[in-house]
Design a protein around this ligand. Structure first.
Ligand code: ZN
Length: 326
């Protein structure tokens, strides 16, 4: 087994050597990966402390007066705190041997966008009146729908979870619209003094295979399955998932995490692995993992969550699907 992995560096190195204390995550954070990850355990109420309920519903968050201290290294790059030993996330970075020799080779596949939308609309939710239109700054188009056998769509939303997998040769890279919307989110967060950065984006089937098996070897399959997706089942392979900042439990409850959870839908994202929903999503709470669905859909889901009185409504619940290895 001489499998090696290469992570695409999106930004410059985020943390210096001293900043990455955790073995597993250390190598991950060094490179802003346009690849994966997420997951953490419990902490069910860590991030809802500042969520306030209003007549309109939830998601009104009091962002602590921008008192975020950003430590930087000589180059001015943000440096994160040393990480305690926490299990990494669903698709976190592989340990040590990150080698440049190993770039998974993209398969030759015809990613022809489908003209007809596959899947059966599972929701009849109406787009909320406050949803942005294509003329608004926040508007984010729905992701491309690929007409490829094996990919499950519901209401034009690609589904990648434990029940629905992606073809091994599906290698779309990080979706450009998703990335553009992330930059808007990042800019707006920055405007209120928060530092949200991309840590992991696209992850190939091969990379996930390596990562997952490494976790299984370390923690056993049962435990690994709670925080790491089996190859083909990671949402990061869809090119529509992003992990931000510190990919572990230390991110929970930070001003950035609270703001992200309350505002990501405004840019077309949803927090994919909600707290207290592990039995439904199949993964532990991942405060750092967001999934791009486009603003039309994110507003519908957000609106439905308010209607149901459940701020942690998951994609599985919204579409009435399950997530477990059959
Ligand atoms: Zn993730």
């Amino acid at each position: 087994m001489n499998k090696k992995i290469v992570f695409t560096l999106l930004l410059a190195s985020l943390c210096s050597l001293s900043a990455c204390g955790n073995d597993d995550i250390g190598s991950l954070n060094d490179s802003i990966i346009v690849n994966e990850g997420s997951l953490n355990e419990n902490n069910e109420n860590s991030s809802d402390e500042s969520l306030q309920t209003t007549a309109a519903g939830y998601f009104v968050t009091e962002v602590p007066e921008a008192t975020v201290t950003v430590v930087t290294d000589e180059s001015g790059n943000p440096v994160t705190e040393p990480v305690p030993e926490t299990p990494v996330d669903e698709n976190t970075a592989p340990p040590e041997e990150v080698s440049a020799e190993t770039v998974p080779t993209p398969s030759v596949i015809d990613y022809t966008p489908s003209t007809a939308a596959p899947g059966t609309p599972a929701s009849t939710a109406v787009l909320p009146a406050d949803a942005p239109t294509e003329y608004d700054y926040n508007y984010g188009p729905a992701p491309t729908v690929y007409d490829i056998p094996g990919i499950k769509y519901i209401d034009n939303v690609l589904i990648a979870n434990k029940s629905y997998s992606l073809p091994a040769d599906f290698y779309p890279e990080l979706d450009q619209t998703c990335l553009n919307q992330f930059y808007k989110l990042q800019n707006d967060a920055s405007a209120v003094g928060l530092n949200i950065y991309l840590s992991s984006g696209f992850r190939s089937y091969e990379t996930q295979d390596y990562i997952y098996n490494d976790y299984v070897a370390r923690d056993g399959q049962e435990k690994a399955d709670t925080y790491s997706a089996r190859p083909g089942h990671s949402e990061h392979q869809s090119g529509l998932a992003i992990d931000v900042n510190q990919i572990d439990d230390t991110f929970i409850g930070t001003p950035e995490a609270i703001w992200l959870e309350a505002h990501c839908y405004e840019y077309g994202f949803i927090l994919r692995y909600s707290q207290s929903k592990q039995d439904i999503t199949g993964y532990k709470y991942e405060s750092w993992h967001i999934r791009y669905v486009g603003t039309d859909m994110s507003y519908k889901i957000h609106s439905k969550a308010i209607e149901m009185g459940d701020p942690y409504l998951t994609l599985e619940e919204y579409f009435g699907i399950d997530s477990y290895y059959h």
